[in-house]
Design a protein around this ligand. Sequence first.
Ligand code: BEZ
Length: 204
Amino acid sequence: MAVYLGQKAPGFIANTTKGVINLEDYEGKWVILFSHPADFTPVCTTEFMDFAKRYPEFQKINVELIGLSVDSIFSHIEWMKNIKEKFGVDIPFPVIADINKEVARDYNMMDEKTGSTVRGVFIIDPNMTVRLMIYYPAETGRNIDEIMRSVKALQLNWERKLATPVNWQPGNDGIVSAPVNLEDAISREKNGSKAWYLKYEAVK
Ligand code: BEZ
């Protein structure tokens, strides 16, 4: 099954390091579902530690994190234990042990050649719609700042119906959607927009 932007997020009930979770129970929250290629790998370890560090920041804006790979629950437990022992970091969010590859296939996260998950990121909105997908190669660690920025941009659009311009950062002006009639288009230029099709709005 292909996953695409704007689609209802494929549902799942899954075994995780925090017990069984059902995606349905996350309705009303933003969810970042992310896959990693394998436990006990260096790049993934750095990502998990950074996601853990920034977990309170994500929670503050109503975002929950869910990790996933096709490793077993025992492998996940041992890796989390090891991260705690070696680096002093607790992983506070659930990590799915998708040993049957069902969730990974539903979200197009599988590299069928290697049998591992790719480095995927899915942002799911509170209505359980897939709003963003990013795939990174195995050798390239994710940019957590960019994931945070993207979820904040989506939240601005959710709350204020504003789009966000290139290199937008939280607090910067948003963009009002294009005018749908001539009168609106003309009034925009009279009211200071340089072009009728591009109107900024301050974000307080
Ligand atoms: C890593 O996380 O370090 C990694 C995982 C799979 C392939 C290459 C690197």
